[in-house]
Design a protein around this ligand. Structure first.
Ligand SMILES: [Zn+2]
Length: 320
């Protein structure tokens, strides 16, 4: 288990001191729009009175992944961060520019490929640099909330780094419907935290630019599981009980063999058997129909909701 002796300390961010038992909202200035409007990243800090871990909860690293922002917003409204022990640093929306532009990126650059960042680089790299210096320097571990891409919906899942035992333990505590180890992507947030010996869980649920109630609930429940495990919140808080997270060991994308109109015949998240009908691809002007069948027994952990597909497009992500 996480054996570290957690301390309770005054948290200092950009000259703001957040004492024990204090909560504070600070706004980190990033840039000005060409109109002169100042863009700031709001950061909430909830510092408990007793010793415990300091956790980062981060949404909107990709600006269009709205479920991540909504989860964190809802926990703010529900007062889920009544922290007795340790500290929670909450960033509801890291990529303010992407959010404004309905884009995953920040001025054309993916922040999640811009770590460790630099003081003088692109805006994405600057944000990455100051994020690591000002916030991540304070934390013991973090949860980075994401969604699938446009029209590609991930069923609620936790990803962690295979060689990070603590991250796997945290993933078990989070207890999302599915969990698996995934490779580190160079210059990603998780990769840079790994280099700094900070475990990061990546939660994925739903797709970009679409709120998905089930994913939001699973993300919130998992976060509460973590907070409760470390006795950071009241043990009276009731979290819906779920079956144990299913550990996925192998994953594969099932791709379109032909182009056409694609219809889905199963539910995302379902267990499927080899040969089961997953969907159909229809010849757009004719009668030809290609059945998309499960190549093996497994679990559907992502689906492509886009109805027009080209040959080779990813349709279903199957895990086993
Ligand atoms: Zn993302």
């Amino acid at each position: 288990m996480f054996t570290k002796n957690f301390k309770n300390e005054v948290v200092e961010i950009r000259g703001h001191k957040i004492g024990l038992g204090e909560n504070k909202l600070i706004k980190i200035p990033v840039d000005r729009l060409p109109t002169g409007t100042l863009i700031e990243i709001p950061v909430y800090i909830f510092n408990g009175k007793e010793a415990g871990p300091t956790i980062l909860l981060q949404g909107g690293l990709h600006g269009d992944e709205v479920n991540s922002i909504e989860m964190i917003r809802r926990m703010l409204i529900d007062k889920s961060y009544k922290i007795n022990r340790g500290c929670v640093i909450v960033v509801p929306l890291l990529n303010v520019f992407g959010f404004l532009n309905l884009s995953r990126d920040m001025h054309g650059k993916d922040v999640n490929r811009s770590f460790p960042g630099s003081k003088k680089g692109s805006l994405a790299r600057r944000v990455a640099y100051y994020h690591m210096r000002d916030l991540v320097g304070n934390i013991d571990f973090g949860i980075d909330f994401h969604t699938g891409g446009e029209q590609r919906s991930n069923f609620s899942q936790i990803r962690y780094t295979a060689t990070d035992v603590r991250a796997q333990e945290l993933a078990e505590i989070f207890n999302a419907p599915y969990m698996f180890a995934s490779s580190l992507i160079p210059n990603s947030f998780r990769n840079e935290c790994y280099n700094n010996n900070i475990p990061i869980l990546v939660f994925e649920g739903g797709e970009s630019l679409r709120l998905d109630e089930d994913s939001i609930e699973k993300g919130i429940n998992g976060t509460l599981n973590i907070l409760k495990h470390f006795k950071m919140i009241s043990d009276k808080i009731i979290i819906p009980v779920m079956g144990k997270s299913i550990l996925i060991k192998k994953r594969k994308w099932i791709r379109a063999d032909i182009a056409g109109l694609f219809s889905i015949k199963i539910k995302n998240g379902n267990k499927v058997s080899k040969g089961e009908l997953l969907g159909n691809i229809m010849d757009t002007y004719g009668e030809t129909k290609l059945e998309v069948l499960a190549p093996k027994n497994g679990y559907i952990i992502a689906v492509n909701n886009f109805p027009i597909v080209n040959m080779g497009d990813a349709l279903f992500h199957i895990g086993s």
